[in-house]
Write a protein that binds this ligand. Sequence first.
Ligand SMILES: Cc1cc2nc3c(=O)[nH]c(=O)nc-3n(C[C@H](O)[C@H](O)[C@H](O)COP(=O)(O)OP(=O)(O)OC[C@H]3O[C@@H](n4cnc5c(N)ncnc54)[C@H](O)[C@@H]3O)c2cc1C
Ligand code: SF4
Length: 334
Amino acid sequence: MLRLPPYQYHRPTSLDAAVALMAEHGDDAMYVAGGTDVVPNMKHRLFEPGHLIALKSIDELKGIEEVPSSNVKEGVLRISAAETLTAVASHPRVRDLFPALADAAAHVAGPQLRNSGTIGGNVCLDTRCTYYNQTHFWREALGFCLKKDGDVCHVTRTGKKCVAAHSADTPPVLITLGAEAVLVGPNGRRAMPVADFFVADGIVNTRRSRDEILTEIRIPLASAACRQAYVKLRQRKSIDFPLLTVAVAADVDGSGLVRSIQGVVTGLGSRPRTLTKWNDVAEGRALDGELIDELAKGAHKQCHPLENIIVDPEWRRAMVPVFVKRALEQVTQE
Ligand SMILES: Cc1cc2nc3c(=O)[nH]c(=O)nc-3n(C[C@H](O)[C@H](O)[C@H](O)COP(=O)(O)OP(=O)(O)OC[C@H]3O[C@@H](n4cnc5c(N)ncnc54)[C@H](O)[C@@H]3O)c2cc1C
Ligand code: SF4
């Protein structure tokens, strides 16, 4: 049986207290929300914090509501970071306004994990790799790797870069909806588009500094006018992390012509990838079979999965156009 290492558990009830605890314990502390990723990773000795700072008792991190915004005219849907994935997937306003997000949240792991796992933890989820998400014993036998305790990457076979895969379901959808992430830390509050939150570095793949708390996600209500879709490739129909996900949002006018369209894939590289040139190809055209084929072929050219997940990268690449097509066909059926 894998056991947890010893640690001290803190349960602050305000954001200020949580940030102060992090300042007190520094590199020996980590935030934890639902713990559905932190706990298994601690058992594998991937994270070894002496202090866990729990976020779920902080009221400022609760609630899903429509609120006015100083920079978005129509207002935003505010989803607080400690809301569970079950709450996001079943919330009536999320389902009405942003069905692709409800769908993505409902596809994370299985029901028990969604009851505990949060949207904040999903957005801040660690990257995953065949050579990393293993026990200490397993990793030690291979000489560890660049991301943790070692100095070489077993995927790229160099000591330069970690290419572990971004493996969270909700961020691609949030990107297509133009959502913003709000962070609070010792230097105050800042906000950035979810599209800019991620970086292409498998070791730490976000711009959040380790002492910052993601407090909420803000989705422009205007994005609700877009037709949305989300599809996921995984080994089984439940529990499994994505091998590939595709999120699409399309703004289509009254005569069925595309005003703008965005597609984001993940499960391949270290951050979600926005498929390029979609607007150049699609603007002003009907979203018909011909256009769908063009966009799907373009996606295939742009995506080159690596051996960071156990499933054959060539097969995953072959699945890219198949799943892009499925997402686009879903959008046309709305
Ligand atoms: C068997 C299994 C299957 C899974 N399948 C999937 C899947 O299909 N898709 C998927 O996306 N995920 C999957 N997961 C991972 C996980 O359950 C979800 O991603 C979940 O949303 C994580 O949320 P959490 O609140 O439990 O995060 P935690 O485990 O508490 O935290 C995850 C990370 O985020 C940080 N963090 C959490 N909240 C905040 C915050 N508000 N501010 C700053 N940092 C924060 C933590 O420090 C930690 O680094 C799976 C997990 C398991 C065990
Ligand atoms: S991509 Fe390379 S460095 Fe990163 S976790 Fe995998 S083996 Fe380790």
